[in-house]
Design a protein around this ligand. Structure first.
Ligand code: GCV
Length: 704
């Protein structure tokens, strides 16, 4: 009998593996049978059944997910019991309000072994769902579940994805296919992907999604589209996810026939109230609105001489009766030929601190320019203590090599979150401003601009799945380390072979710095191809606005390189606290990663590395390219531990990355050499291609 059971298991194992020659669709939720029999049996002993006396829809989801996950992992069907009748060795899901659970945040959970059962306990159904996924994660990644005693609460209330998806199915800055949302099929057709998307999000604690692009079409506010949005909300609700919409501020005029969209006009205010009522009567738990206003040509309250707060508060008033929220973006930068884009958002928003309604959050990008591969933190963090500030990170790799480059973003997110603003004394980190603890806000949010699309593996580059995963984990708990998150993800997605896990983790951890080195070392920024933001274009001198060119930012001349943002220059540094100014203000002590962000440095200046600026700068490009070769070698070394389809796909993308790195290197060293007038430092060889050849490659990239 035992022999047949064993045979059956081996058969099951190979069938599952064959059936899933891995195309990456299952993300980190693979649940393939655990190969180690001893380990599998020890888990199986503690997970013999699932039971809850509560039948809320989200609890049912938790049960279903546990059942599917455990059945896959343990290779046998795990039953959901309706009456455990004193049985031991199972998983009990429990919603309860008591002293213990009252200590938790709303979505928090406790997992403990009690009376020989594993109890997942929370005061909310969503907490139980997150606890269930946490238990699965323990088992998936091969961790022990003996004497479990986990207490976990999210640090942020709204952990959200922002989709920049357009109604016709394109995605602004999307590199993984088309939009997941098939608006023309909705509400009648429910694609399985909607459900799988919700599962993936719930598994990492994401509880809110903005469905459409911040450059918003007004059509989402029509009755025809509200039913489509409702259909998605109905799919996401069992996974604890609320839907939000991006608004077009001119909608009252565009759709409602109003004279204009002045937020102070009674007719306009009423229009928003009516639309909001329509939305809530279809979707009672609708989350709220996200707004990009008076930015990059989008309409907004300033069109009528009103402030951002006037606009936000009008919407806040309309949505308050339903407990909805308004998230107002601070990504604004009026064109000022003599100014510094770095300072624009601060100029507009800082004076408005304290004037926003209590259900408004202001959403600020991590840095002051626009999701560059490295930015100093945005100076608005710490400057608006009376306003809850939401963090906006970008998962989609607009400036990080699209889906051909391997860039693990957790270190980038962490670098920002751990930056100290000193706004309320030492330790006033961005993380603590965003989680509300520095300024005492309970309304908190962290948003990631989604990197998902219709590609079979969701994110184009399979390794970019890790960025979605890492964002969710950090939005839940910003104190998790990038290393830990990477290793969780690798073990669930790629392999559990210890040496391979360590190799891939190391490669991921170094990947962002490598990308910085071969594209924009030492704090160089915004020198990418102007239209598509791919590849180098440091020679870009003319654009519709000066702050869309490259020369505006790098300021290369015969003397040196970099943007002087000290008091002698634009004084953007003056927007930070004096401690931060001290950190970055002196070119002799400014850490090299930020040097060219704040200083115009002479080509011959000796840096802390011992090399001159030119030599260090040029060397970084060469070393960056060599590091991509190292990444390829490391990846090759794990071949035997990785699914062949995934291995081949990532190998191909690394080869593409190498080609791109060479383009960046040759274009940048040749272009800047015109100013430094110095040879390529030894031992590196000068590029064999000319600057004109490089310009031609980039020109072709930008052709329509
Ligand atoms: C959605 C950058 C991007 C735009 C994006 C904008 C924003 O400028 O290039 O595509 O628009 O940021 O965040 O609003």
């Amino acid at each position: 009998m035992r022999y047949f059971q064993k045979l059956l298991f081996i058969l099951l194992l190979s069938i599952t593996q064959l059936a899933h020659a891995d195309d990456g669709y299952r993300l980190w939720l693979k649940f393939d049978p655990i190969a180690n029999v001893q380990q599998r049996n020890s888990y199986a002993q503690k997970c013999q059944f699932i039971y809850s006396d509560n039948q809320e829809v989200i609890i049912k989801t938790a049960q279903k997910e546990l059942q599917a996950g455990l059945t896959g992992l343990l290779g046998k069907k795990i039953l959901i019991l309706t009456n455990p009748a004193g049985k031991k060795g199972g998983i009990i899901l429990q919603i309860i309000q008591n002293e213990q659970t009252n200590q938790l945040a709303e979505d928090g959970f406790i997992i403990r072994e009690e009376n020989q059962n594993i109890v997942i306990r929370s005061r909310s159904a969503s907490g139980v769902l997150y606890g269930s996924f946490a238990l699965l994660r323990q088992i998936q990644s091969g961790s022990s579940i003996a004497q479990l005693n986990i207490t976990d609460s999210p640090k942020i209330k709204y952990r959200m994805l922002n989709h920049w998806d357009n109604p016709l199915g394109t995605i602004e800055r999307g590199y993984a296919g088309s939009s997941l949302w098939k608006w023309y099929e909705l509400p009648e057709v429910i694609d399985q992907r909607y459900i799988d998307y919700a599962r993936a999000n719930a598994s990492i604690g994401i509880n809110a999604v903005v469905l459409n692009n911040v450059n918003a079409s007004a059509r989402f506010l029509t009755k025809e589209y509200i039913v489509k949005v409702k259909a998605l909300a109905d799919v996401f609700r069992p996974y604890g996810i609320k839907v939000f919409l991006s608004l077009n501020f001119a909608a009252p005029k565009l759709l409602g026939g109003a004279k204009n969209s002045d937020p102070m006009a009674p007719e306009v205010r009423n229009w928003w109230k009516n639309v909001t009522k329509d939305i809530y009567s279809a979707i009672p738990d609708f989350g709220g609105y996200l707004v990009k206003a008076n930015s990059e040509g989008e309409p907004g309250p300033q069109d009528f001489g009103r402030t951002h707060a006037d606009g936000a508060n009008m919407l806040a008033e309309a949505i308050a009766p339903y407990k909805g929220i308004v998230i107002w973006r601070a990504f604004v930068y009026a064109a000022d030929p003599k100014g510094d884009r770095f300072k624009e958002a601060y100029k507009d928003f800082k004076p408005l601190d304290g004037t926003f309604a209590s259900n408004v959050l202001v959403q600020v990008k991590n840095g002051p320019i626009d999701f560059q591969s490295r930015e100093p933190f945005h100076p608005l963090f710490g400057a608006m203590p009376k306003t809850p500030l939401a963090m906006e990170f970008q998962l989609t790799q607009e400036y990080l090599g699209f889906s051909t480059n391997l860039v693990y973003e957790a270190p980038l997110f962490k670098e920002c979150l751990e930056s100290d603003t000193y706004s309320n004394g030492k330790g006033s980190t961005i993380a603590k401003i965003v989680d509300g603890s520095v300024d005492n806000h309970s309304l908190t949010a962290m948003a990631g601009v989604a990197n998902t699309g219709s590609d079979r593996n969701w994110t184009g580059h399979l390794m970019s799945q890790a960025n979605w995963y890492a964002f969710g984990r950090l939005a839940w708990n910003h104190s998790l380390s990038s290393e830990l998150i990477a290793s969780e993800w690798i073990k669930m997605t790629l392999t559990q072979e210890p040496k391979a896990v360590a190799t891939i983790q190391d490669l991921m951890m170094k990947s962002r710095e490598i990308y910085v080195d071969f594209t924009t070392p030492l704090g160089l920024h915004h020198v990418m191809g102007q239209n598509i933001h791919f590849g180098p274009e440091p020679w870009l001198e003319k654009s519709a606005r000066p702050d869309w060119t490259a020369i505006y930012y790098h300021r290369a001349d015969s003397v040196g390189l970099g943007f002087d943002r000290t008091a002698q220059g634009s004084n953007a540094l003056g927007l930070y606290s004096k401690e931060v100014q001290a950190q970055w203000g002196n070119p002799d002590t400014c850490p090299l990663p930020y040097l060219l962000w704040f200083h115009h440095v002479s080509w011959n200046k000796k840096l802390s590395s011992g090399k001159t600026l030119w030599n260090e700068f040029a060397s970084r490009y060469y070393e960056g390219v060599k590091s991509v070769e190292w990444m390829q070698k490391q990846w090759n070394s794990v071949q035997s531990s990785i699914d062949p389809q995934i291995f081949a796909d990532v190998s191909g993308r690394l080869a593409a990355q190498h080609r791109e790195a060479l383009n960046w290197r040759d274009a940048c060293v040749l272009y800047f050499q015109q100013y430094s007038k110095q040879p390529i430092p030894r031992p590196y060889q000068a590029p064999t291609r000319t600057l004109d050849e490089m310009k031609e490659i980039v020109r072709i990239y930008q052709l329509k």
